[in-house]
Design a protein around this ligand. Structure first.
Ligand code: BGC
Length: 529
């Protein structure tokens, strides 16, 4: 397949936003699309290429909007269809692309499709996965282990069990049914007709079920995604499909197909290993997973991230690695969720600026499209005592006022509270103060994004591992750009020649001196140091 000029995703830096917490434009305590539009000046200034909106469809909000009660509408608190169009048009005028979440695997139990499906004799019965017994598909793992111990729930009206891979109020759609496959395609068309540039396909590995398997990554799932891609390519060229699949690299690779399935897929196993390597001061975990990661087809990209709106998922590490991470990053049980850690980047890293910069420098220089989680660019904190994963989805802190300037509503009416601690509340952490401080984390972020933009090798070149004489230095070449990252608290020296593009190391006479937790991007004429 030839590379299309529209392949903007290949060099994109994506900014992930919980719309309900970004900017409230009408004073109801709930962030909205008009608020997003107001804040486009900021996003343009920051220098990101695309915005990914968490789900904005109608929803009872029992799972942060991933419980959708109408796949073809906008939750009124977020705004209207026209607000979506206005946001997209304004973003486009600034060269910013817009993706939104599309919850493909399941709906809310409040969706009319499910309400019809559960009625005895309903023509829609087959739209969801029903069974007389809760014993089918017993090899499938339970994902939300804090909430459930089975993927089946009993429905009194239907007189049957329904299948749910997530909460029991989120029944899985039955993709065996051609009507469902078509209805989902129509819903995709609905969103793309609004001018969006891409969809994050939520929870894609679980579309199909089959006895005797773990019900993940099944051939039917890949076949359907290929159909969807063909439709998107034909009807909405340039539109990107981003797969959310918490899987090992070798299971993720098929989601790209032969450049004919999803354009992008999140790299889940890399993320915990970055934190693990930092905790133990040894780059082996990161190095191992990179070596185990196949290159995607030419027009496809990994989507790389440090943190997002969920817990730091620890499914893709061994039990002892998980224990080491819990020990290092989630000493308090309230910081844990399911198999993972519900904390934001900065508190997880002990508010250590060196660690934050180091991980961002690696994130922004590995092959793939980096995804930055809103608020992490200013070092926002979290409230890990809030329900489920809400603690990492609190309001954006724009200024030093007690509400952080995100809403004029009475704080008692805020959908989620603003962080209020001395260390992380708006007085200490806010956009306005950091914008005018050249030494701030925000200024650092903006600057490193600019450097990345000016360094096309970081988007396009392959990955070449460099041998260095230290187990704490991750070293790699992206064509003529060399990256060195010191994951330990001790200074390290490695041989290198060239010019430093970014970082806090010093380079003289063929030696690069990395301070503790230091890093550098170096442009060289040589391929190896
Ligand atoms: C989303 C979660 C959500 C789950 C169920 C995901 O993987 O990222 O936030 O709870 O899907 O929809």
């Amino acid at each position: 397949m030839t590379t299309r000029p529209e392949a903007w995703h290949r060099s994109a830096v994506i900014y992930e936003v919980a719309v309900h917490s970004f900017q409230d434009s009408n004073g109801d305590g709930f962030g909205d699309l008009a608020g997003m539009t107001k804040r486009l000046d900021y996003l343009e200034w920051l220098g990101i290429d695309a915005v990914w909106l968490l789900p904005i469809m109608p929803s009872p909000m029992r799972d942060g909007g991933y419980d959708v009660s109408n796949l073809t509408g906008v939750r009124p608190e977020f705004g209207t269809i026209d607000d979506v169009k206005a946001f997209v048009a304004d973003a486009h005028s600034r060269g910013i692309h817009v993706l939104t979440d599309f919850v493909i695997n399941h709906t809310s139990d409040q969706h009319p499709w499910f309400q019809e499906s559960r009625q005895p004799g309903s023509p829609k019965r087959d739209w969801y996965v029903w069974s007389d017994s809760p014993d089918r598909y017993s090899d499938a793992r339970v994902i939300f282990i804090d909430a459930h111990d089975s993927n089946w729930a009993w429905d009194e009206t239907a007189g049957a069990y329904y299948w749910h891979r997530f909460f029991d109020h989120q029944p899985d759609l039955n993709f065996e049914n051609p009507e469902v496959r078509e209805a989902v395609k129509d819903a995709v068309r609905f969103w793309l007709d609004l001018g969006l540039d891409g969809l994050r396909l939520d929870a894609v590995p679980y579309l199909f079920e089959e006895d005797g398997t773990n019900c993940e990554n099944l051939p039917g799932t890949h076949a359907y995604l290929k159909e969807l891609r063909a439709m998107v390519d034909a009807e909405y060229p340039g539109t990107v499909l981003l797969a959310e699949a918490n899987q090992w690299p070798e299971e993720l690779l098929p989601y790209f197909g032969d450049d004919d399935e999803c354009h992008m897929a999140f790299h889940f196993p890399l993320m915990p290993r970055l934190f693990l390597s930092l905790a133990i001061g040894d780059v082996a975990p990161v190095d191992d997973i990179i070596m185990r990661t196949p290159a995607p087809p030419p027009n496809s990209r990994w989507a790389l991230f440090l943190r997002n709106h969920d817990e730091v998922t620890l499914e893709m590490v061994t039990e002892s690695e998980r224990a080491a991470m819990i020990d290092a990053y989630a000493p308090d049980p309230s910081m844990r969720k399911n198999l993972g850690i519900r904390r934001r980047l900065t508190p997880m890293l002990g508010n250590d600026r060196r660690k934050i910069e180091l991980l961002n420098a690696v994130l922004l220089s590995l092959p793939g499209a980096p995804v930055i989680y809103y608020g992490d660019e200013i070092g926002m904190g979290d409230i890990h005592t809030l329900n489920d994963r809400d603690g990492v989805r609190t309001p954006m802190q724009w200024d030093s006022s007690a509400s952080g300037g995100w809403s004029s509503a009475d704080p008692a009416d805020f959908y989620l509270p603003v962080v209020a601690t001395e260390e992380y509340g708006p007085t200490a952490v806010n956009v306005a103060a950091q914008m005018s401080d050249p030494e701030s984390l925000l200024s650092f972020t903006r600057h490193i994004l600019q450097t990345r933009h000016d360094t096309p090798e970081l988007s396009e070149a392959g990955y070449e591992r460099l041998e260095v004489d230290s187990t704490s230095v991750l070293a790699y070449a992206r064509d003529s750009v060399l990256v060195f990252a010191n994951f330990s608290g001790q200074p390290q020296s490695v041989p290198a020649n060239g010019t430093i593009l970014a970082g806090n190391a010093s380079l003289a006479e063929g030696s690069l001196d990395l301070p503790p937790l230091g890093w550098a991007w170096v442009r060289t004429d040589e391929q190896t140091p």
